[in-house]
Design a protein around this ligand. Structure first.
Ligand code: ATP
Length: 496
């Protein structure tokens, strides 16, 4: 019987183990590694790309296929520069940062204070830590940089590198990347400056009427999008949790003004349910209501996941009011209104023209990937009195697993590889299969466990006689004899 040591490994060690596992098994590599990498940029390897695509498909299908009032788009990364003035990102997409004069290291102020309070908590000073966090949130919400600095000074918070409290003043740092457009312009010409989008949402807002009119959409309706976003994060660490180039899966849901409270609650619950349907225990998720609201929001919360680095934001649900559409109407001088011909029971007349309100659900694809790997990563002790043994297994939900079925001929002879290849040919069009004939079967199983393959089948001499194979289940490691015809049904059922 396997003993699960999953939660017994120390969190910091566990996170390191997961990062190493991702690299060793072809899930994630540091970007341009031969040049020593590029900070906070990562490449997905052969199995990471499959897992990421499966997560994308799961989200996309749920949004655009299982709901009848949500459609998807794919807008460009480059947008007219005025977009970002209208959205408030040019003026307001800042993080307060501070530099330590001795180590020359730069920190995001909230991160610096939070790691100090985490330390206090480990010393049992919970109340003191909570008081500091609450003061920080108040100062942050008010944009009061002096109060934030005072908090750092009063608590004598030190730089983890230099160990000193020799800090600069706090400054605001804009997180957008910019570049120039066209080949003949000077880089100093502000008019030719374009940004790499820091969120995918604006591509949806500027297309709101295009989609509404051409799709004849009736409010309430949603527009979904998956795409790259870029943020020049001040402190980019913690693996793919915080990257400078990442991918978002966002959905903007357009509603009648005044109905935002109900829809906000609706989407909070709907999104949590989406996560829970993947089978991870509900204790791994929690809501966190925002104290500091972004410039566009009248309510906001995060769905946090219990990463090995603690409970952290996985998805944001934001009630964005009519801020974005109103601002685009103002800056573009194009009407962003919707004509609602449903009758208002209070007036007995149609609701008429209005700028819709918006509820946004925004999840980082990379963070979702990380949450799935963290939830799946399991170290098991399989030792018996006779022999020490262990395995690392990724217990992915079958529908997300990068490979669904591994096919092994027991031996490389006696016609067994030919039968295995026939099975490959039969199923590779339906789901991702993997063929392996090297090494002992036990070793092959271990390798497939490390990739999270839910089913392995072995073709042996008995197969030639009665058309049966051994199927081995990843999580229980149980093996059973089934007929070849049953393979497709078992796998399809698990991934549907
Ligand atoms: P954080 O507080 O962690 O910086 P945020 O509140 O700025 O995140 P949003 O602007 O709400 O994030 O973005 C929506 C989602 O995009 C987040 O819930 C997260 O999953 C993802 N995301 C945001 N920034 C990054 C990043 N730098 N790297 C990876 N994913 C990110």
């Amino acid at each position: 019987m396997a003993t699960e040591t999953n939660k017994q490994t120390l969190p910091a060690g566990r996170f390191q183990a997961i990062i190493s596992h991702c690299k060793e098994y072809g899930f994630i590599f540091p970007s341009s590694e031969i040049y020593d990498g590029l900070q906070a940029v990562y490449d997905y390897g052969q199995w990471g790309a499959e897992l990421k695509k499966n997560i994308k498909d799961y989200w996309w299908k749920w949004m655009t296929q299982l709901q009848d009032n949500i459609v998807g788009i794919d807008a460009a990364i480059f947008m007219h520069p005025t977009t970002w003035k209208a959205s408030g990102h040019v003026d307001g997409f800042n993080d307060p940062m501070i530099d330590n004069k001795d180590s020359k290291k730069r920190y995001r102020v909230d991160h610096l204070i939070e790691s100090y309070t985490e330390q206090l908590k480990t010393e049992g000073k919970e109340a003191e830590a909570d008081a500091i966090i609450s003061e920080m949130e108040k100062a942050d919400a008010a944009g009061d940089l002096t109060a934030l600095k005072k908090l750092i000074d009063d608590n004598k918070i030190k730089c983890p590198v230099s160990g000193t409290s020799n800090w600069t003043d706090i400054r605001q740092f804009n997180l957008m990347f910019s570049t120039e457009f066209g080949s003949t312009v000077s880089s100093e010409d502000e008019n030719n400056k374009v940004y790499l989008r820091p969120e995918t949402a604006q591509g949806i807002f500027v297309n709101f009427l295009n989609v509404q009119k051409t799709g004849r959409m009736k409010i309430p309706f949603g527009i979904a999008q998956i795409g790259k976003a870029f943020r020049n994060e001040i402190v980019a660490r913690q693996f793919i949790f915080r990257m400078r180039e990442f991918e978002q899966m966002e959905m903007q849901f357009f509603i009648r003004p005044g109905t935002q409270k109900e829809w906000y609650e609706y989407w909070k619950q709907a999104r949590l349910k989406w996560h829970l349907e993947l089978g991870v225990p509900d204790t791994e998720y929690r809501f966190h209501d925002h104290v500091k609201l972004a410039h566009y929001a009248d309510a906001a919360c995060d769905i946090e996941f219990n990463f090995p680095i603690g409970f952290k934001e996985l998805e944001g649900i934001h009630s964005r009011t009519d801020y974005d559409l109103s601002r685009h109407q103002e800056f573009s001088r194009k009407k962003m209104q919707y004509f609602d011909n449903d009758v208002n029971p209070e007036t007995g007349k149609p609701y008429g023209n209005y700028i819709p309100y918006v509820i946004e659900t925004s999840i980082g694809l990379d963070r979702m990937f990380l949450s799935m790997v963290c939830a799946a990563y399991t170290e098991e002790d399989l030792s018996t009195p006779e022999k020490q043994d262990s395995r690392v297994v990724l217990k992915f939900p079958a529908k997300l697993a990068p490979i669904k079925l591994a096919v092994f001929p027991l031996l490389k002879k006696d016609g067994l590889p030919e039968i295995a290849q026939e099975i490959m040919a039969q199923y590779r069009g339906e789901f991702k299969c993997f063929y392996e004939e090297k090494d002992a079967i036990g070793k092959r199983y271990r390798r497939m466990d490390a990739l999270g393959v839910p089913f392995c089948i072995t073709i042996d001499h008995q197969t030639k006689e009665d058309g049966t194979v051994t199927i081995r289940h990843r999580d229980s490691m149980e093996q059973e004899r089934i007929s070849i015809e049953k393979i497709g049904h078992i796998v399809s059922q698990a991934i549907s």
